[in-house]
Design a protein. Structure first.
Length: 660
């Protein structure tokens, strides 16, 4: 509802005297919805308070919400709902000015995160070295109106606005240490360029008004996947560009490297693109004399749904400094930071490394694996991790000949230190090959002793056995372009979850991909005595071929009584699509289907082609989908695959020359 300038001034005075309007009702929002506010004083200085969905507001990638009362306008923007997101406003000026001021009115929530805002004017960031800190030191309760929770950031002063319309864009600051605009020292870590809750933008200046430029802007990042190999640039003026701008990207390889492709599959360099959505453009480089693996097929070899080629290199090209062997727990902890680096590195794991010698040996641990990594299990002293989780969060990663497992997630009451044996968390272009994943169907300590009544980790909870260990291999948060081949999964309850949850909006922390973008290939894998999730898939697309799934009749945990098998195979949920061909399923209750749907709202879709079903309880048919993988593969028959994987899947099948 529009109000005159005079009325707005009176209202402001009343608010200062009696508190924020609308706060008398703890169950309501900011009172009656209103538009943006404009107030001009006697000197001609104008203050604009620009609300979402009101005059002067253009667009935002963040979601409008109303959970916390005392906001003004119709709500506020949740700055944590869009990675690399933005809010776009428009302001006009009668003449060029150089003394405008800008601040943000936001909700200061009591959380551990630190976030801050960058402001761009007409495409140029004006405070890259002094972001607007958003305090997080006030306790806030939903549905209770506490006006002091809503604060103004410090003001950016000396802001230049050009005559006519100006675009003002607010984005989250990237990770780093800063001296903020208010003079405080802040460190942002892992906040994905998020903002806090934004109520409105404040702009102060002479002769200003709401602008007329309604151009929408999108975020743009240009990144080298491997800065050791080369650089990537664009001709964009800043990190936000007008929607549908034509941008030219250029990749420059360093000595010894060559450019292969962009993340959109193009091999052109320079590469012109019309940017219409938030975009992160990666440049992929490979060593000049690199020989691509000949035994790799599937999604790790492509980078688009049309099948554009991608050559995975892992740590190829690593300097001697980053060719290391880890052979003990102390080695692992000492080299933790190296594992998480994005420089090319080749890591050899030699022997068994576990938490057995720790004060609490069953408290699991996790280690992050960065981009451009190759991890091998030593072929002479088999590499094995017990109760230790590797989390892959980067791009271009190869893991071969490794044993993973016995990662304990149950401490008698709740979850412990880690979750899964191997986790791909927002990872891109990963090949996991000739690895073994296992735990035990009856919980054991790390010395192989069955955990019985009286042990600290023993529980009478009926889910205890199933939840003592969590996943063997979980793939989530928009991980995509993944191949899992020649692996042996055995003796576990819930083996492999491919999704973050019921929401397809769960995202890759770097690219912004959602679980709907996940693309995964499983082939030549041996699944033995697994109760469920072989795998469980939501939202994305997968290809599963030439694998053998079996529950042994002697395995009591897989059966209800003497003959009724309970083990389930491929669970296709929530709109996902899976092409399933030339596999053998034996002694499973439901080998393929949509089932146990307590945590997903809809079925997925699958193709059942040339598979064999031996002593399976429920019959299987194809559901409705035309999906087919975009790459070429040459499958064995289902019976040939059954024989092949029993002899060839898992560790110990590769020579040292295979791993060079």
């Amino acid at each position: 509802m529009k109000k005159s300038i005079k009325f707005a001034s009176i209202l402001t005075a009343l608010v200062l005297m009696f508190g924020v309007a609308g706060c008398s009702d703890d169950s309501s929002g900011g009172g009656e919805p209103k538009g943006s506010e404009k107030d001009t004083d006697k000197s001609g200085l104008t203050t604009l308070k620009i609300q979402e969905d009101a005059t002067g507001f253009v667009s935002s990638t963040f979601t409008k919400v109303t959970d916390f009362p005392c906001y003004t306008g119709t709500g506020y923007l949740d700055g944590g709902t869009s990675e690399n997101g933005n809010i776009v406003y428009t302001v006009s000026a009668e003449e060029d000015i150089t003394d405008a001021k800008i601040a943000i009115h936001y909700l200061a929530t009591e959380v551990t995160r630190v976030r801050a805002a960058l402001v761009s004017v007409n495409g140029t960031v004006i405070n890259a070295d002094k972001p607007l800190a958003m305090a997080t030191d006030v306790k806030v309760k939903k549905n209770k109106c506490t006006s002091e929770n809503w604060k103004d950031t410090a003001y950016l002063e000396g802001v230049s606005l050009q005559k006519g319309s100006n675009s003002i864009i607010v984005t989250g600051a990237p990770d780093g240490a800063y001296t903020a605009a208010d003079g405080t020292s802040i460190t942002i870590d892992g906040q994905k360029k998020y903002l806090n809750y934004v109520d409105y933008l404040i702009v102060i200046g002479k002769g200003i008004d709401y602008g007329t430029d309604t151009t929408k802007f999108v975020s743009l990042s240009t990144v080298s996947e491997n800065s050791t190999a080369g650089s990537a640039t664009s001709d964009a003026k800043g990190s936000n560009v007008a929607e549908n701008s034509e941008i030219t990207f250029t990749a420059t390889p360093n000595s010894g490297w060559k450019f292969e492709c962009w993340s959109d599959g193009s091999k052109e360099n320079p590469h012109k693109v019309t940017v219409s959505t938030n975009t992160i453009m990666f440049a992929h480089f490979i060593p000049e004399n690199y020989t691509a693996p000949t035994d790799l097929v599937g999604y790790a070899t492509v980078t688009t749904d049309s099948g554009a080629n991608y050559t995975i290199t892992g740590g190829a090209g690593a300097s001697d400094e980053y060719k290391i062997t880890i052979s003990s727990y102390s080695d692992l902890t000492a080299k933790k930071d190296i594992l998480s680096l994005d420089v090319p590195k080749i890591i050899t794991i030699s022997g068994t490394i576990s938490t057995a010698a720790n004060e609490n040996p069953l408290l699991s641990e996790k280690y992050t694996i960065g981009s451009n990594s190759t991890i091998y299990g030593d072929t002479t002293n088999q590499g094995r991790l017990k109760n230790i989780e590797f989390i892959v969060e980067g791009e271009n990663v190869i893991i071969r000949n490794m044993m993973f497992g016995e990662v304990i997630s149950w401490d008698g009451y709740a979850k412990s230190g880690a979750d899964d044996a191997l986790s791909l968390n927002g990872a891109t272009h990963v090949w996991v090959d000739h690895c073994e994943f296992q735990s035990h169907l009856t919980p054991q300590d790390l010395d192989g002793n069955t955990i019985t009544e009286g042990h600290n980790y023993y529980s009478t909870n009926e889910k205890w056995k199933k939840d003592f260990y969590d996943g063997l291999l979980d793939i989530k948060n928009g991980s995509t372009w993944i191949t899992i081949s020649n692996c042996y999964f055995h003796d576990h309850y819930k083996a492999s979850l491919c999704s973050s949850g019921d929401s397809k909006a769960d995202k890759n922390t770097t690219t912004g991909a959602t679980d709907s973008d996940m693309r995964i290939t499983f082939y030549n894998n041996y699944w033995k005595n697994i109760n469920a999730r072989q795998p469980l898939f939501r939202w994305g697309k997968a290809h599963i071929f030439n694998s053998y799934f079996v529950s042994e009749t002697s395995c009591a945990e897989m059966y209800n009584g003497s003959s009724n098998v309970q083990s389930t195979g491929i669970n296709c949920r929530a709109g996902s699509e899976i092409y399933i061909d030339n596999n053998t399923f034996e002694n499973l209750k439901t080998p393929i289907g949509y089932y146990n749907n307590d945590d997903a709202t809809s079925t997925g879709y699958w193709v059942n082609k040339d598979n064999e079903f031996l002593n399976c309880t429920n019959s299987v048919a194809s559901s409705s989908t035309s999906y087919k993988p975009p790459y070429t593969w040459s499958p064995k028959s289902a019976s040939e695959a059954k024989t092949y994987v029993q002899s060839n899947a898992g560790v110990g099948k590769l020579s040292a020359s295979d791993l060079n």
